[in-house]
Design a protein around this ligand. Structure first.
Ligand code: SF4
Length: 321
């Protein structure tokens, strides 16, 4: 049996070489480690990366994020081989909304609400997307719910995002799937209150996947990209941030002089507030997936076609970046 070639010492150089050889594009989410963000061709949140995947025509997409994001890229760019550094990089929201249970839930709600519109947050499996009428991200969720103001709406799978979106869109009647993100749900409201006392001039920025007691103490609530933009534009010199600390890298590139503090987790440390799924990806695994063109993410064609329409609808309904 031939042994696989060893992993090179200069991974950055080797990845750049493989990108050229494979004519590959590397997409990375903001929650990836700094080195992966730096070597990626595009860094963004779910909406930005979906837009890139929709217009890209390259034989290989290396997707550094989690599984549902790579599936989204495959749905939007079926001719590309979509490789991922680690196939185990899942998501508590996607895993907490199995397609068979979701299908039963939707059918049950449709019996009493025949005009029901199913809006699913992009953090769900391809099979759940295929059961949805339109997809949204945290960037465009409020606008998309507002678009269906005269219809009953089922919002899945994040209950905290749903509560915030419902409030912003003036909808107290959203039917909600009770999922949550294990990272954002862990931010500690009591520790945030203490931080606010210690840093009275700081601005607090949080992601809408956070629980209500954290959002109630937040000055600016927005998607990952909006948090980065606000952190850069804010007049505050100290920022207390309630999202994955992968965003710190992009903020520090532009405003290195600002002090960034992550809201502590329930155990008062910051370590639990890194996404354990996102952080499975490493530079070494990125090199290996480009070298071996494996593991690849695939989506059965019937599901891909049914999931494509709600994704395209999201892109049609979203304001240009
Ligand atoms: S941060 Fe939360 S929502 Fe995002 S991938 Fe990780 S578990 Fe899923």
């Amino acid at each position: 049996m031939t042994r696989p070639a060893p992993v090179p010492v200069d991974l950055e150089d080797a990845i750049e070489r493989l990108k050229r050889e494979r004519d590959a594009v590397v997409l990375a989410h903001y929650y990836q480690e700094d080195e992966i963000q730096d070597i990626a061709d595009h860094v963004g949140d779910s909406l930005a990366l979906a837009r890139v995947a929709a217009r890209i025509e390259r034989p290989v997409i290396a997707f550094c994020g989690v599984h549902f994001m790579a599936e989204t890229a495959k749905i939007l760019s079926p001719a590309s081989a979509v490789v991922v550094p680690d196939l185990e990089a899942g998501c508590s929201l996607a895993d907490g909304c199995p397609a068979d249970a979701f299908e039963r839930f939707v059918a049950q709600q449709r019996r009493t609400h025949p005009e029901l519109v199913v809006i699913s947050y992009v953090n769900c499996s391809a099979a759940v997307k295929a059961l949805s009428d339109v997809i949204c991200t945290s960037s465009n969720a409020v606008d998309i719910v507002r678009h269906f103001a005269d219809k009953p709406v089922l919002f899945a799978p994040d209950q905290h995002l749903a509560r915030w979106v419902g409030r912003e869109a003036g909808r107290s009647d959203l039917i909600v799937w009770p999922g949550s993100c294990i990272v954002h749900e862990q931010f500690n409201a009591r520790a945030l209150a203490e931080l606010r006392v210690r840093h009275p001039d700081a601005e607090v920025l949080s992601h809408p996947e956070c629980d209500e007691p954290v959002l109630a103490q937040t000055d600016f609530i927005g998607s990952t990209k909006k948090i980065i933009d606000r952190a850069i534009a804010s007049p505050a010199k100290t920022l207390i941030i309630g999202t994955e600390d992968g965003v710190f890298h992009q903020i520090r590139k532009t405003v290195p002089e600002k002090t960034l503090i992550q809201i502590p987790g329930m155990d008062e440390s910051c370590s639990c507030n890194r996404c354990p799924y996102m952080r499975l990806n490493t530079m070494e695994k990125l090199y290996l997936c480009l070298r071996d063109l494996a593991p690849q993410v695939t989506v059965p064609e019937d599901i891909r076609i049914r999931a494509l329409r709600p994704l395209e609808r999201m892109l049609e309904l979203s304001k240009p970046a």
